[in-house]
Design a protein around this ligand. Sequence first.
Ligand code: PLP
Length: 230
Amino acid sequence: MGIRENLEQVRETVCRAAKQAGRNPDDVRLIAVSKTKPIEMVLEAAKWGMADFGENRPQELAEKFPQIENVRWHLIGQLQRNKVKYIIDKASLIHSLDTVSLAEEIEKRAAGIEKIQEVLVQVNMTGEETKSGISPENAIEFCNAVSKLSHLRVCGLMTISAASYSETENRKVFEGLRKLSEKIADEKIPGVSMEELSMGMTQDYEAAILEGATMVRVGTGIFGTRTVRL
Ligand SMILES: *Cc1c(COP(=O)(O)O)cnc(C)c1O
């Protein structure tokens, strides 16, 4: 199937899941994850109305950025401190903030270009050791620390469920992230808002929407399978 048909199907599923949850489908932003895919496919998706694209490698985001206008770029993968400089003027939203030292580097680089960088805090809800993200127990303390940085704005949380999980297990993970964001919101930390929940990929975005996702990150479902593994 082509990108147009895939997009139609994904959008339909987003709508159906949102309605099933009693939510407005417009409150779920679809992010097309274009990692490893050529710019032609990004341009094609943009032609069919996509305005948000996700990349997990800073260099790839930086490379694609100048080749298309009027879209927003999301950095969704692990970000090393020494790569922040490549994307600071390009990323609308960084989904993968998970250390204070990374936050400090973003603060420094954002201040340098007089930008306030919007970020999401990545939380490891599955406890897998190979996965990045702060642990849920540290989330409030982490948000408090980051709130002191004036060129960073925390807008919510992000998580990745486990590939091996069943639908029920995915729902639990996503419910856990939503409850955590409510708990953080109750703290009323200055400069920290919990408006966004970035959760759900091709295999589990319906479950994520049912649990309150405001952003879903769909790659394979839109662009087809990747031959390069990332
Ligand atoms: C690759 C990736 C996605 C998209 O994965 P698909 O299974 O292709 O939809 C979403 N989020 C992150 C963080 C990713 O790295």
